[in-house]
Design a protein around this ligand. Structure first.
Ligand SMILES: Nc1ncnc2c1ncn2[C@@H]1O[C@H](COP(=O)(O)OP(=O)(O)OP(=O)(O)O)[C@@H](O)[C@H]1O
Ligand SMILES: [Mg+2]
Length: 242
């Protein structure tokens, strides 16, 4: 299987605070790779570093076999990577339709915006119903769908989605996971950052656990032992070792 994204020994942080410590991971094309880990572990920082939103301080980011370390966010979007950020970040004072059209801003996909808008509305009928409403009036689940729809307007090959289930009711989480599963089925590659371990494991192909800016587990989702995963998640391995 081809590696779509390959990260080697990445270091990144904010000013003098380092967050990622020689972190290495790879993402196979057409697969759903899940990144789990406790709060403050560096999951969002990793996505930001991939997207050129946080400057790296060592290591490499390769995409489609090319070195893209510290490429601009713009260049990464043009290369077909969409980030669906933590907290959704929809434009609250703009309509649902205008939010979606913002996703079609990259020149390469502007001409196909009408078809892509239709594709997004087919996938999220509720967004179609609410297309003329302000995004600020959406429920949490609808806002998450809007953030995903906006990402899809960029025609991404690789989708980085950061904690989409945050604050959503279980039934809505299932809906969001179902959509990610479907996008993978359509041949897209997905990196899913989650804290909802059980639900994420059900759709993931491969799992990484990140803690303290390092990978502490890398395993096929099907063979993950939940007890061991939780021990590593809550650093109980360190307690046992004492
Ligand atoms: N803009 C920033 N400036 C300084 N430090 C930051 C900034 N953003 C994050 N950090 C710090 O970097 C570390 C990793 O944060 P990050 O947001 O990457 O974690 P996370 O794994 O995404 O956590 P969560 O599950 O809570 O979203 C934390 O210690 C955090 O306080
Ligand atoms: Mg985060």
């Amino acid at each position: 299987m081809a590696k779509l994204l390959d990260i080697q020994s990445l270091r990144a942080g904010y000013g003098s605070i380092n967050v990622l410590w020689d972190l290495s991971l790879s993402v196979e094309e057409g697969k759903l790779t899940c990144i789990l880990g406790p709060n403050g572990g560096g999951k969002t920082t990793l996505l930001r570093a991939i997207m050129g939103l946080v400057r790296t301080d060592g290591g490499t980011v390769a995409y489609q076999g090319n070195d893209r370390t510290n490429a601009s966010t713009w260049a990464m979007v043009n290369d077909g990577i969409a980030m669906i950020p933590e907290g959704r970040m929809v434009f609250r004072d703009m309509t649902v339709a205008d939010n979606l059209l913002m996703g079609a801003f990259p020149k390469k996909c502007r001409a196909r915006a009408p078809q892509n808008l239709k594709m997004v509305y087919d996938m999220f009928p509720r967004l179609y119903e609410r297309r003329d409403q302000l995004a600020g009036a959406l429920s949490g689940g609808e806002a998450q769908m809007l953030a995903m729809g906006r990402g899809l307007m960029e025609e991404p090959k690789l989708i980085l989605v950061d904690e989409p289930s945050l604050g959503l009711a279980p039934v809505v989480v299932d809906e969001v996971m179902g959509i990610l599963d479907r996008l993978r089925g359509e041949g897209r590659t997905i990196v899913l950052v989650e804290q909802n371990t059980n639900k994420a494991l059900k759709i993931a192909d491969h799992v990484y656990l990140i803690r303290g800016g390092k990978v502490v587990l890398s395993e096929a989702a099907a063979s993950v032992d939940l007890g061991r995963l939780h021990d590593l998640y809550f650093a109980r391995d360190a307690l046992h070792a004492e």
